[in-house]
Design a binder for this molecule. Structure first.
Ligand SMILES: Cc1cc2nc3c(=O)[nH]c(=O)nc-3n(C[C@H](O)[C@H](O)[C@H](O)COP(=O)(O)OP(=O)(O)OC[C@H]3O[C@@H](n4cnc5c(N)ncnc54)[C@H](O)[C@@H]3O)c2cc1C
Length: 401
């Protein structure tokens, strides 16, 4: 019976293992950490957005420049198949706001537990605390373990080592130099779906750190999206910010500064806002005036004041402009250590349609360690699952030929 090694026990590696076991292969999974799926469990802390219910074409478009690379794999494991797979594991799912799909329990641990039980029943051997540290001259796998170093040989090797975000959960990208030594082209990692630094005043921060700001239209570079974000100690994070993170990062790279523009009241146009702002204030303070006439109070009103000078607050035209397009300059992202995901990794030019490294027959790669990028919304996990299945299918195909 051919033997397979999966290196890395995240969602992509586990999906590859499942596929190979179902094909009758003998599979060993090597994981550096004392347990598998640590980032997957972390994703469960915000509900585990497994996939998305929009149309298949719409779904693929969200991968932008990477959609052609990923389409063949996602076509073989599309969003509805992921829902069915989770439900076969006893995990009911539901469609939440903006058509995102979550497990009803809104966490990852029951799914991971049931999945591991099924994989072990299928015969998966999991070797924890086995960190892959390199290759011998004849391309055998070297692992460091708490007891001794180990050399392993398998007919196929599937690498599912993850990207470079949240390294403390295991995906520390220490494998980069091993593939670089083999002259495999790699795009440098950079943060994706990350928060951005903003220097808040102490008074604003003391009142609003952790506060959600709901239903704003946020624009960057002429593209806008309506959604929520969160004020944090360091700056801004949350869905609508992550969705712009690629263009913000590109602006910072090209021009050293990006501008986020916030429309606090997207349902009213500037003329309507102007006439409400211009209403006679009487004895009302500006704070009361904004609250009574525009329903602008709390964190939203204070955010407006953070970036609008006292002179502008006195002018109805300037105040209207701030309410409809408050400009926040951004100079720096959070570090990759705190990003939801990373872009970059092993270039698709280095691999064939089986996800096998062209220069290294029998070596396959999958998941976030490959060079693709996607927004939040279940796209990351869907692509990792689909690539995992794709690498395993490719490996079986290669073996059979
Ligand atoms: C806070 C947070 C929330 C998220 N929420 C969502 C969400 O709701 N929806 C969504 O779609 N995505 C979400 N993601 C992203 C998603 O979790 C990742 O894209 C996904 O886990 C990547 O899967 P992977 O299998 O490629 O890599 P990983 O999950 O990173 O797994 C890689 C594994 O390889 C192991 N490894 C690394 N190096 C070695 C080595 N040298 N030897 C042996 N083992 C090694 C690691 O320990 C790890 O277990 C979130 C991420 C974060 C950080």
């Amino acid at each position: 019976m051919p033997t397979a090694a999966i290196i890395g026990g995240g969602p992509s590696g586990l999906m590859a293992a499942e596929m190979l076991l179902n094909q009758g292969l003998s599979v060993d999974l090597y994981e550096a950490k004392p347990s598998v799926g640590r980032k997957f469990l972390m994703a469960g802390k915000s509900g585990l957005n497994l996939t998305h219910a929009e149309s298949f074409e719409g779904f693929l478009k969200r991968f932008e420049k990477d959609q052609l690379k990923l389409a063949p794999f996602i076509r073989n494991l599309p969003p509805e198949a992921i829902r069915k797979w989770a439900e076969d594991l006893g995990i009911e799912t539901f469609e939440g706001t903006s058509r995102r799909i979550f497990p009803k329990v809104m966490k990852a641990s029951p799914l991971l537990r049931n999945w591991l039980r099924r994989l072990e029943d299928l015969g998966l051997r999991i070797h924890l605390k086995h960190k892959w540290i390199g290759l011998s001259k004849d391309l055998q796998l070297h692992f460091s373990t708490p007891e001794k170093n180990l050399i392993a040989n398998h007919d196929i090797k599937i690498f599912a080592l993850g990207g470079a975000s949240w390294p403390k959960l295991g995906s520390d990208a220490n494998w980069l130099n091993i593939f670089q030594q083999q002259n495999i082209p790699i795009t440098p990692f950079r943060p994706s779906n990350c928060g951005f630094n903003v220097s808040w005043s102490n008074i604003f921060l003391s009142k609003y750190s952790g506060a959600p700001v709901k239903s704003c239209r946020v624009s960057v570079n002429g593209f806008d999206k309506i959604g929520d974000f969160i004020i944090t100690d360091y700056g801004l994070e949350g869905g609508v910010i992550y969705s712009h993170s690629r263009s913000i990062l590109n602006e910072i790279r090209d021009r050293r500064c990006a501008t986020i523009s916030i429309d606090f009241i997207p349902e009213k146009n500037s003329d309507e806002i102007y006439s409400l702002v211009s209403k006679e204030k009487g004895k009302n303070t500006l704070t009361n005036h904004l609250r009574k006439n525009l329903n602008l109070s709390g964190v939203r009103a204070s955010l407006l004041r953070e970036f609008t000078s006292p002179e502008k607050l006195k002018s109805a035209a300037a105040l209207t402009k701030s309410i409809k397009a408050l400009e926040i300059p951004i100079y720096q992202s959070q570090s990759i250590d705190r990003a939801i995901s990373s872009a970059g990794g092993i270039s698709f030019d280095a691999i064939d349609s089986n996800l096998m490294i062209k220069k290294m027959p029998g070596f396959f790669v999958t998941g976030e360690m490959l060079d693709w990028d996607a927004p939040t919304g279940g796209y990351l996990l869907t692509a990792c699952f689909a690539l995992g299945r794709g690498a395993a299918t490719g490996a079986v195909h290669w073996l059979n030929n």
